[in-house]
Design a protein around this ligand. Structure first.
Ligand code: PRP
Length: 225
Protein backbone atom coordinates (compact mmCIF):
# COMPACT_ATOMS: atom_id res chain seq x y z
CA UNK A 1 0.00 0.00 0.00
CA UNK A 2 1.40 3.40 -0.90
CA UNK A 3 1.77 5.88 1.94
CA UNK A 4 -0.99 8.14 0.60
CA UNK A 5 -3.50 5.24 0.83
CA UNK A 6 -2.78 4.63 4.49
CA UNK A 7 -5.38 5.77 7.02
CA UNK A 8 -4.72 9.10 8.65
CA UNK A 9 -5.00 9.43 12.42
CA UNK A 10 -5.24 12.90 13.89
CA UNK A 11 -4.15 13.12 17.54
CA UNK A 12 -5.10 16.10 19.74
CA UNK A 13 -2.59 16.81 22.50
CA UNK A 14 -3.19 19.20 25.40
CA UNK A 15 -1.07 22.28 26.00
CA UNK A 16 0.00 22.77 29.61
CA UNK A 17 0.63 20.48 32.58
CA UNK A 18 0.58 17.28 30.48
CA UNK A 19 2.38 18.35 27.30
CA UNK A 20 5.97 17.36 28.04
CA UNK A 21 5.12 14.12 29.85
CA UNK A 22 2.83 13.09 27.00
CA UNK A 23 5.41 13.86 24.32
CA UNK A 24 8.05 11.91 26.27
CA UNK A 25 5.71 8.95 26.70
CA UNK A 26 4.78 8.92 22.99
CA UNK A 27 8.44 9.12 22.02
CA UNK A 28 8.98 6.09 24.24
CA UNK A 29 6.52 4.05 22.13
CA UNK A 30 8.28 4.89 18.88
CA UNK A 31 6.51 8.09 17.87
CA UNK A 32 9.36 10.59 17.66
CA UNK A 33 7.36 13.80 17.94
CA UNK A 34 9.82 16.64 17.73
CA UNK A 35 10.16 19.15 20.57
CA UNK A 36 9.79 21.79 17.88
CA UNK A 37 6.00 21.39 17.91
CA UNK A 38 5.76 23.00 21.35
CA UNK A 39 7.82 26.01 20.25
CA UNK A 40 6.27 26.56 16.84
CA UNK A 41 3.22 28.76 16.28
CA UNK A 42 1.89 26.15 13.87
CA UNK A 43 -0.93 24.15 15.40
CA UNK A 44 -1.13 21.15 13.07
CA UNK A 45 1.92 18.94 12.53
CA UNK A 46 2.22 16.09 10.07
CA UNK A 47 4.59 13.51 11.51
CA UNK A 48 3.67 10.72 9.09
CA UNK A 49 7.25 10.17 8.04
CA UNK A 50 8.05 8.85 11.51
CA UNK A 51 4.83 7.01 12.28
CA UNK A 52 3.89 4.96 9.23
CA UNK A 53 6.13 2.14 10.40
CA UNK A 54 4.98 1.67 14.04
CA UNK A 55 1.29 2.46 13.60
CA UNK A 56 0.55 1.58 10.00
CA UNK A 57 -0.98 5.00 9.53
CA UNK A 58 -0.11 8.59 8.86
CA UNK A 59 -0.19 10.62 12.06
CA UNK A 60 -1.03 14.28 12.45
CA UNK A 61 -0.63 16.02 15.78
CA UNK A 62 -2.73 18.92 16.92
CA UNK A 63 -1.57 20.90 19.97
CA UNK A 64 -4.52 22.68 21.56
CA UNK A 65 -5.90 23.94 24.85
CA UNK A 66 -6.68 20.94 27.07
CA UNK A 67 -10.32 21.93 27.49
CA UNK A 68 -10.76 21.83 23.70
CA UNK A 69 -9.37 18.29 23.24
CA UNK A 70 -12.71 16.54 24.02
CA UNK A 71 -14.59 18.89 21.70
CA UNK A 72 -12.29 18.22 18.73
CA UNK A 73 -12.51 14.46 19.32
CA UNK A 74 -16.29 14.37 19.79
CA UNK A 75 -16.73 16.22 16.48
CA UNK A 76 -14.27 13.89 14.73
CA UNK A 77 -11.94 16.73 13.71
CA UNK A 78 -9.37 14.84 15.77
CA UNK A 79 -9.72 11.04 15.85
CA UNK A 80 -8.07 10.60 19.23
CA UNK A 81 -6.85 12.81 22.04
CA UNK A 82 -5.08 12.91 25.38
CA UNK A 83 -6.92 14.66 28.19
CA UNK A 84 -7.49 14.66 31.94
CA UNK A 85 -10.78 13.37 33.31
CA UNK A 86 -11.22 16.85 34.85
CA UNK A 87 -11.51 18.51 31.44
CA UNK A 88 -13.45 15.53 30.11
CA UNK A 89 -16.08 15.89 32.85
CA UNK A 90 -16.45 19.60 32.13
CA UNK A 91 -16.84 19.04 28.39
CA UNK A 92 -19.58 16.43 28.94
CA UNK A 93 -18.95 14.77 25.57
CA UNK A 94 -19.72 11.40 24.00
CA UNK A 95 -16.34 9.81 23.28
CA UNK A 96 -14.65 6.46 23.93
CA UNK A 97 -12.05 6.35 26.72
CA UNK A 98 -10.09 3.24 25.81
CA UNK A 99 -6.91 3.73 27.83
CA UNK A 100 -5.49 5.44 30.94
CA UNK A 101 -1.99 6.88 30.93
CA UNK A 102 0.29 5.89 33.83
CA UNK A 103 1.08 9.48 34.79
CA UNK A 104 -0.60 12.82 35.45
CA UNK A 105 -3.10 11.56 38.02
CA UNK A 106 -3.66 14.10 40.78
CA UNK A 107 -6.05 15.27 43.49
CA UNK A 108 -9.06 17.52 42.99
CA UNK A 109 -9.19 19.53 46.19
CA UNK A 110 -10.99 22.30 47.99
CA UNK A 111 -8.36 24.78 49.18
CA UNK A 112 -8.52 27.97 51.20
CA UNK A 113 -6.15 30.49 52.80
CA UNK A 114 -3.78 28.75 55.22
CA UNK A 115 -5.38 28.35 58.65
CA UNK A 116 -8.98 28.19 57.42
CA UNK A 117 -10.37 24.74 58.19
CA UNK A 118 -13.27 22.73 56.80
CA UNK A 119 -15.46 23.57 59.82
CA UNK A 120 -15.03 27.32 59.31
CA UNK A 121 -15.88 26.99 55.63
CA UNK A 122 -18.91 24.79 56.39
CA UNK A 123 -20.31 27.33 58.85
CA UNK A 124 -20.47 29.99 56.17
CA UNK A 125 -24.09 30.42 55.10
CA UNK A 126 -22.98 30.95 51.52
CA UNK A 127 -19.68 29.61 50.24
CA UNK A 128 -18.03 31.28 47.27
CA UNK A 129 -15.81 28.89 45.33
CA UNK A 130 -13.63 29.91 42.39
CA UNK A 131 -12.81 27.14 39.93
CA UNK A 132 -12.01 26.11 36.37
CA UNK A 133 -14.24 23.08 37.01
CA UNK A 134 -17.69 24.62 37.12
CA UNK A 135 -19.68 21.47 36.37
CA UNK A 136 -17.68 19.30 38.76
CA UNK A 137 -17.97 21.91 41.54
CA UNK A 138 -21.70 22.38 41.01
CA UNK A 139 -22.32 18.61 41.13
CA UNK A 140 -20.00 18.13 44.11
CA UNK A 141 -21.65 20.77 46.31
CA UNK A 142 -25.17 19.88 45.18
CA UNK A 143 -24.44 16.24 46.08
CA UNK A 144 -23.52 17.34 49.59
CA UNK A 145 -26.40 19.74 49.98
CA UNK A 146 -24.03 22.69 50.36
CA UNK A 147 -25.11 26.12 49.11
CA UNK A 148 -22.20 27.37 47.07
CA UNK A 149 -21.76 30.15 44.57
CA UNK A 150 -19.50 28.84 41.84
CA UNK A 151 -17.27 31.55 40.38
CA UNK A 152 -16.02 30.28 37.02
CA UNK A 153 -12.48 31.30 36.05
CA UNK A 154 -10.28 30.04 33.23
CA UNK A 155 -6.99 30.00 35.13
CA UNK A 156 -4.91 31.40 38.01
CA UNK A 157 -7.74 30.54 40.41
CA UNK A 158 -5.34 30.65 43.37
CA UNK A 159 -5.53 34.44 43.28
CA UNK A 160 -9.26 34.50 44.02
CA UNK A 161 -9.22 33.89 47.82
CA UNK A 162 -6.21 36.16 48.29
CA UNK A 163 -7.95 39.06 46.58
CA UNK A 164 -11.38 38.42 48.13
CA UNK A 165 -13.14 37.13 45.02
CA UNK A 166 -13.87 33.78 46.69
CA UNK A 167 -13.65 32.00 50.07
CA UNK A 168 -12.06 28.90 48.58
CA UNK A 169 -11.02 27.28 45.32
CA UNK A 170 -11.68 23.87 43.84
CA UNK A 171 -8.70 22.90 41.74
CA UNK A 172 -6.19 20.23 40.78
CA UNK A 173 -3.34 19.73 43.24
CA UNK A 174 -0.34 17.77 42.10
CA UNK A 175 2.78 18.87 43.99
CA UNK A 176 0.98 21.52 46.07
CA UNK A 177 3.52 24.12 45.00
CA UNK A 178 0.98 26.49 43.41
CA UNK A 179 -1.12 26.47 46.59
CA UNK A 180 1.89 27.02 48.87
CA UNK A 181 3.23 29.89 46.80
CA UNK A 182 -0.15 31.60 47.02
CA UNK A 183 -0.71 31.12 50.76
CA UNK A 184 -3.38 28.43 50.36
CA UNK A 185 -3.68 24.90 51.67
CA UNK A 186 -5.85 21.88 51.02
CA UNK A 187 -9.00 21.80 53.15
CA UNK A 188 -10.31 18.56 51.69
CA UNK A 189 -9.49 16.24 48.81
CA UNK A 190 -12.78 15.71 46.98
CA UNK A 191 -11.71 13.65 43.98
CA UNK A 192 -9.00 12.38 41.70
CA UNK A 193 -8.26 13.02 38.05
CA UNK A 194 -6.43 10.77 35.60
CA UNK A 195 -5.20 11.10 32.04
CA UNK A 196 -7.16 9.29 29.33
CA UNK A 197 -6.70 8.41 25.70
CA UNK A 198 -10.04 9.31 24.12
CA UNK A 199 -11.36 8.36 20.70
CA UNK A 200 -14.17 9.48 18.42
CA UNK A 201 -17.09 7.05 18.43
CA UNK A 202 -17.31 6.71 14.66
CA UNK A 203 -13.74 5.86 13.58
CA UNK A 204 -13.29 4.02 10.30
CA UNK A 205 -12.17 0.41 10.65
CA UNK A 206 -8.58 1.15 9.49
CA UNK A 207 -8.35 4.08 11.91
CA UNK A 208 -9.73 1.97 14.78
CA UNK A 209 -7.15 -0.73 13.96
CA UNK A 210 -4.38 1.87 14.07
CA UNK A 211 -5.66 3.01 17.48
CA UNK A 212 -5.55 -0.61 18.68
CA UNK A 213 -1.92 -0.86 17.58
CA UNK A 214 -1.19 2.41 19.38
CA UNK A 215 -2.82 1.13 22.59
CA UNK A 216 -0.79 -2.08 22.43
CA UNK A 217 2.36 0.00 22.26
CA UNK A 218 1.21 2.31 25.05
CA UNK A 219 0.36 -0.66 27.28
CA UNK A 220 3.74 -2.24 26.62
CA UNK A 221 5.50 0.98 27.59
CA UNK A 222 3.35 1.40 30.72
CA UNK A 223 4.19 -2.14 31.88
CA UNK A 224 7.88 -1.47 31.36
CA UNK A 225 7.87 1.62 33.61
C1 PRP B 1 -3.05 23.03 37.47
C2 PRP B 1 -3.89 23.53 38.61
C3 PRP B 1 -2.94 24.28 39.49
C4 PRP B 1 -1.63 23.53 39.25
C5 PRP B 1 -1.39 22.60 40.40
O1 PRP B 1 -2.96 24.02 36.50
O2 PRP B 1 -4.95 24.33 38.15
O3 PRP B 1 -2.81 25.64 39.11
O4 PRP B 1 -1.77 22.77 38.04
O5 PRP B 1 -0.14 21.96 40.30
P1 PRP B 1 0.83 21.88 41.53
O6 PRP B 1 0.07 21.35 42.71
O7 PRP B 1 1.91 20.94 41.09
O8 PRP B 1 1.37 23.26 41.80
P2 PRP B 1 -2.36 23.71 35.05
O9 PRP B 1 -0.89 23.69 35.10
O10 PRP B 1 -3.05 22.49 34.52
O11 PRP B 1 -2.64 24.96 34.17
P3 PRP B 1 -3.79 25.93 33.85
O12 PRP B 1 -4.00 26.77 35.10
O13 PRP B 1 -3.24 26.68 32.70
O14 PRP B 1 -5.01 25.12 33.49
Amino acid sequence: MSESNLPRLRLALPKGRLTERTLDFLRGVGLPIEAEITRSRRLLHDISAATVEPLGCRLEVLLIKNTDVPVYVEHGVADIGVVGTDALYEADVEVYRPWTFPYGSCDIALAAPAGVDAGTLRRRPWLRVATKYKRYARDHFAGRGVSAEIIPLSGSVELAPTLGLADAILDLVETGQTLRENGLEVVEVVGRTEVKLIANRALSTPAAEAVERLILRLSGAAEGR
